[in-house]
Write a protein that binds this ligand. Structure first.
Ligand code: FES
Ligand code: FE
Length: 325
């Protein structure tokens, strides 16, 4: 188990909503095995262990809105209480200790989110999710052998677009990054100003031009950008959220939203994102130290790394310890 009290009280992306159907699903969150299951009133999360003999509840099934342990058939209600023990003679009470440990769990933006703590902090808001002008595509899971802050910072890093994603998201001969600021908005979200990026083909028309990125830090493990094309006025946003699985592995999820006709199927959109993420993966998996240095003297930052610097300061202020140094 990973002891980071800040991350344990955050909403962490567990999986795509569509992953949790009739069959229970096991996910690893901060080293904790969690079972997700769906009943008539939504998705629920328990610690994935049966108090009777330690079986994984995720190997069981859902029957009559109860999670049934695969080993001896004990039945758990969504509130975690054990409501049936088949081996008990009729009329015998169920021991009060017979319970599953329940975690806070919600569905939002196409994902299931789990909070291992008290679940008091609200989930960040995503205004365009309810805006009918936007189409949304869920991307992930994508496994990465790196700690979450390095992955998040890579997403916030505008300077790499013209190198790592050359020909797709940037052009080497236009690597320069102009001035911009990062400030906290009235909504409490850390947000960059518009950053100019020269892209070879922003809308598939083959015409290279400048587009504008705004980056937002929504939480220690959730960030996004809003990309605006001044020629067409169209907007695209990508939310990236990372699930820390264990000490070595993370799983990335994304929500890609457009307010224009892309001419692409969902599969083509996620396929493109897979290709872009595959370009980042060898970089982040080989960065050292694996932990993101929060002491700004440790690596050599430039002014154009302003979003990364803001993220490092944010993690320091929030006292995130996992994946930081
Ligand atoms: Fe779950 Fe026995 S281990 S019912
Ligand atoms: Fe990248």
């Amino acid at each position: 188990m990973i002891h980071d009290e800040v991350l344990r009280s955050e909403w962490i992306v567990a999986c795509a909503s569509t992953t949790v159907q009739e069959t229970p699903v096991q996910v690893l969150i901060l080293g904790e095995r969690v079972v997700l299951f769906r009943t008539a009133d939504g998705v629920h999360a328990f610690r994935d262990i049966c108090i009777h003999r330690g079986a994984a509840l995720s190997l069981g099934c859902v029957q009559n809105n109860r999670l049934v342990c695969p080993y001896h058939g004990w039945e758990y209600a969504p509130d975690g209480s054990c409501v049936k023990i088949p081996q008990l003679p009729a009329g015998r009470p169920i021991p009060t200790k017979a319970r599953a440990a329940r975690f806070h769990c919600i569905e939002a933006y196409g994902f299931v989110w789990v909070n291992l703590g008290h679940g008091e902090a609200p989930l960040f808001s995503l205004p365009e999710y309810d805006d009918s002008a936007f189409r949304h595509v869920v991307w992930g899971p994508s496994r990465v052998s790196a700690k979450p802050p390095r992955i998040i910072e890579n997403f916030l890093d505008v300077g790499h677009l013209s190198f790592v994603h050359e020909g797709f998201l940037g052009v080497r001969t236009h690597a320069e990054i102009g001035e911009y600021r990062v400030a906290e908005g009235e909504d409490g979200v850390l947000r960059s100003g518009e950053i100019e990026v020269y892209q070879p083909d922003p809308d598939g028309s083959g015409q290279s031009r400048y587009v504008y990125y705004i980056y937002e830090i929504l939480g220690p493990l959730s960030v996004r950008f809003i990309k605006r094309d001044p020629l067409t006025g169209s907007r695209m946003t990508i939310l990236l959220s990372i699930r820390p699985d264990d000490e070595q592995t993370s799983t990335a999820y994304g929500l890609i939203s457009f307010d224009y006709e892309t001419g692409m199927t969902d599969e083509q959109i996620t396929g493109f994102q897979d290709m872009i993420f595959a370009q980042d993966k060898p970089i982040v998996e080989n960065q050292r130290p694996e932990e993101l240095p929060l002491d700004l003297q440790q690596e050599l930052s430039l002014k154009c790394d302003g979003v990364s610097i803001a993220y490092r300061r944010y993690l320091a202020r929030r006292r995130v310890t996992f994946g930081t140094a």
